[in-house]
Design a protein around this ligand. Structure first.
Ligand code: SAM
Ligand code: SF4
Length: 340
């Protein structure tokens, strides 16, 4: 009927997948230098290239108006971005009917001891914390200069604040491969889920990735020697396949981009801190939003159309391969650009 505003059609890509999940990298900076993620001497982006918190908030609002109901903040380390709580509070205020179902974040945990209560107050209820090992020496080696106690304090502060916690651990051959039994037990003891991640070939990191790659099929079969693992159809809409650990009652997720194809159920797109929207983690095609956000002639309707146009270009799937001949990454950008 003319004159009556109609509800926007939800975002659907050319393959019929509903796109309702936006991951937002709020910074490319980090206080750690995990060996699989960053080079030691990273050059970070100049401030003018980074979206302001207001620009991120506006773009998220445009996605929410188009049916996005889950936003995950990531990075770099999202909690080291100055003023990030302003954004978290603004997005948290959009939780509820017709808005967000969930606001969450992925963090390395170093800032949680001081920020966990504020995150809960802003409406965050679940977080992913990256912790690849429980061994202080191995942690220092994997993060190049991290202190595990700072992260453990953060994790327990988050638990005390009422946040549900999932521990993310990247599986690395010869580095933490003997630790997973201990991590399963530790997560069981403290009531955390665990998600194991295969390394993905993203960005130059000054190391040979074919040496680091540890297939999770192997990790899973080793875990079965100690634990009774039952397949579940529990799904978060993400790429993880979950099992339940009978002895602890907790779940373990396996994210296997290299050995499994999880693209058919993909419901997400990723925004970098410079305003580039990647429609697929494993492909280079992208849509640029920074100049649109800074152009006063681009109103909310034009912004919404730009988002629809981008989603219309979402590819069917990715093609991650660690190139054993060239030993070069399949995707040139670092995970800290796109957000894990
Ligand atoms: N700094 C935060 C953290 O570490 O949780 C958020 C950003 S980090 C890029 C997000 C996730 O990506 C982390 O769990 C990290 O372990 C993972 N990650 C980084 N580089 C990766 C790679 N090359 N392959 C697989 N996972 C990676
Ligand atoms: Fe920083 Fe997270 Fe990358 Fe580690 S994985 S260097 S904590 S962004």
């Amino acid at each position: 009927m003319p004159g009556l505003p109609s509800a926007p059609a939800p975002l659907t890509d050319p393959f019929g997948r509903g796109i309702s999940y936006l991951r937002v990298s709020v910074t490319d900076r980090c206080d750690l230098r995990c060996v699989y993620c960053m080079a030691e001497d990273m050059t970070f982006l100049p401030k003018r290239e980074i979206l302001s918190l207001e620009e991120i908030d506006r773009l998220c609002g445009a996605f929410i108006a188009l049916g996005t109901d889950k936003i995950r903040l990531t990075g770099g380390e999202p909690l080291v971005r100055k003023g990030v709580m302003t954004l978290v509070r603004s997005l948290g205020a959009r939780i509820g009917a017709g808005g967000l179902r969930e606001l969450t974040l992925t963090t390395n945990g170093t800032q949680l001891a001081k920020m966990a209560d504020d995150l809960f107050a802003a409406g965050v209820r679940r977080i992913n914390v990256s912790l690849d090992t429980l061994d202080p020496g191995a942690f220092a080696a994997m993060t190049r200069w991290g202190k595990i106690d700072q992260v453990l304090d953060g994790i327990f502060a988050a638990k005390a604040a009422g946040l549900a916690i999932k521990i993310n651990a990247v599986a690395l051959k010869g580095v933490n491969e003997d630790e997973f039994d201990r991590m399963v037990a530790w997560c069981g003891e403290h009531g955390f889920d665990l998600c194991l991640i295969e390394t993905m070939p993203m960005g130059e990191i000054s190391q040979d990735r074919t040496d680091q790659y540890l297939p999770l099929s192997l990790v899973r079969s080793r875990l079965r020697r100690t634990w009774t693992l039952t397949d579940t159809d529990y799904a978060t809409g993400g790429p993880a396949r979950y099992v339940t650990v009978q002895e602890t009652g907790r779940r373990i997720g396996f994210i296997t981009p290299m050995t499994h194809n999880f693209c058919e159920s993909c419901n997400r797109v990723r925004l970098t801190c410079t305003g580039t929207l990647f429609m697929c983690l494993g492909q280079d095609d992208a849509a640029e939003f920074r100049e649109l956000l800074r152009d006063p002639s681009v109103d909310d309707a034009a912004l919404a159309q730009a988002i629809r146009d981008a989603i219309a270009r979402k590819p069917k799937g990715h093609d991650f391969v660690i190139d054993r001949r060239r030993k070069s990454p399949a995707v040139a950008r670092h995970m800290s650009m796109t957000g894990g």
